[in-house]
Design a protein around this ligand. Structure first.
Ligand code: FE2
Length: 283
């Protein structure tokens, strides 16, 4: 009888892994409570930036582009009315928190710097995993917007490509509330786009005209709270809008291999005094 494939074999074959039961209910509760506190302390007048992947060039403004070493809240698209007032309570209007709470916030840091994640990154082939980004994603009931087909390597270009996404379900995710959809094996397709920032601003450049997968090629990842989904940086994935009355909270981390060259035009740059750290152990 054939042995059960290892995590690395499955990851290399499919471009993703689904690992149920990774996060305990206690750790999930701690992250959710902390996210609630961060949003409660957030002053909406600080920024009315609306995060959307639909028009990167105009919406990826300074507030977003300078958030790589900070903890900031980003509003859901359509949160404000024509008069600039929130249509619903602030706590139900935030799209996400990002992008450095894994280093700056003690609760998120403890969760993010778990030796099991270091072990997993080694097992999947990284030599020197460095955690560049964290996001708390709310996918709010009724208004949680879609995230269209993309490859995470578009936003984290390294040579060779090494970015890997870790996506932790903090609530059950299914087709009703906007779960992840992936193209199994799609990590063997080329990098289609590259998001770059330089002195003249930000832009999304097409590198390869390979179309996004047909709907029939997409598989929904319906998972329980506590599940860890690992995504290869080239794996096409998306999530549909959340039209349901249920939220779909998730926490995500992105790491790259310190052995690869991190593009100076990536939007997220860490200052030398605040380097991206490994999951565990010494920097
Ligand atoms: Fe993604």
């Amino acid at each position: 009888m054939r042995a059960i494939a290892s995590r690395r074999e499955r990851f290399e074959a499919d471009g993703f892994l689904v690992l149920p039961g990774f996060a305990s209910s206690q750790s999930i509760a701690a992250l959710r409570a902390r996210a609630t506190e961060i949003v409660a302390a957030f002053d909406p007048s600080e920024s009315r930036t609306i995060f959307t992947t639909r028009d990167e060039s105009t919406k990826a403004d300074r507030y977003f582009l300078t958030s790589g070493d900070k903890i900031r809240c980003f509003f859901e698209e359509g949160s404000f009315d024509a008069g600039g007032e929130l249509r619903q309570p602030k706590a139900l209007s935030i799209n996400k928190i990002g992008h450095a709470m894994h280093d700056l916030d003690p609760i998120f840091s403890r969760f993010s710097h778990d030796p099991r994640l270091q072990q997993l990154a080694f097992e999947l082939g990284a030599w020197e995993p460095r955690v560049y980004q964290s996001m708390y994603i709310f996918k709010q009931p009724h208004i949680g917007s879609e995230v269209r087909w993309h490859q995470d390597a578009t936003y984290f270009v390294t040579d060779p490509i090494s970015v890997t996404g870790l996506w932790f379900a903090l609530e059950p995710a299914d087709r009703r509330n906007g779960c992840l959809w992936v193209q199994p094996g799609g990590h063997r397709t080329p990098l289609r786009q590259r998001f770059e920032v330089d002195g003249s601003g930000s832009r999304l450049t097409t590198l390869d005209a390979t179309p996004w997968p047909a709907a029939a090629a997409a598989v929904p990842l319906e998972v329980e709270a506590g599940t860890l989904v690992v995504l290869h940086g080239l794996l096409p994935h998306y999530s549909a809008p959340n039209r349901s009355p249920l939220s779909r909270h998730a926490y995500s981390l992105h790491y790259v291999d310190g052995k690869s060259v991190y593009a100076p035009t990536n939007w997220l740059q860490r200052p030398p005094a605040f380097p991206a750290r490994p999951f565990a152990g010494r920097a």
